[in-house]
Write a protein that binds this ligand. Sequence first.
Ligand code: KPL
Length: 295
Amino acid sequence: MITIVGSGAIGGLCAAGAQQASAPYRLLARSGSTALQSVKLQDGHRIRLKTVTDNPTVTLTANDVLILPLKVFQLSAAMTYWQPLLSTQTPVILLHNGMGGMELANQFLPDNPVYLATTSHGALKTAPTEVRHTGKGQTMLGLSPCHRGSAKLNTHITTIMECCIGPVTWREDILFALWQKLAINCAINPLTAMHDIRNGELIDAAHRTTIEAIIKEVCNVAIACGVELDFSSMLAQVFDVINLTADNYSSMHQDVTHHRPTEIDAITGYIIAQAKKKGIDVPINTLLYNTIKRR
Ligand code: KPL
């Protein structure tokens, strides 16, 4: 059984994928949050989800899979809750923007097989109970370098994620993929939130210098951390995502608009923390971080 936790847009997409593939799943709303009921697909079809709202205490075995499509700041509570309910053999998949999940899993779930994923699918919560799939993307998946897996399990988890939120590319270098996504989020998320614009409006020449400065700083920090992010190719990727998701509001824009906590600490905040450790100045990212924190 695939257990998907939360009421977020990406969790909704995973549940809709599992439902369409007839894979056995349940979607568990976190206590106190409104349960999702449906996902509207890009072709207009609406998928009614099998959401469990009465919050039963379920225990998971080695044959189950736990997907945590939660924000980094929600993970400590989720892992504290789930840790006693899991077998140490239960695979756990983290799917979030920014960094920090792997370290938390290392602390709370050191013995489980833990997988890290990042997706470029676009999804939007149009109501507390409904998600809309706004853009087809792809998902990168890999084993957390802090955890143990096995070739057979890696294949099994790839198949599960393929039906939930495919297409999936298995990455031996998942940390590199996560850093690339981090750079993209550092450029797009705070700027769209602070200027109250859609992703596509970042094409305007007025934003070019700032985007370049953000990416330059992120690449400097990445390289100091041993991750070879190349400035020109990263910049090109950022503009590809801006074009591909032009009509979308970024997740941080949505969070700021709906007065929800943002992921700024796991995104720009992570860069600032690593920069501090390495003695690197990141003035533009610091400015954006402080601006979003004041909202
Ligand atoms: O991941 C995203 C987000 O909004 O969080 C991007 C890639 C910026 C797409 O909107």
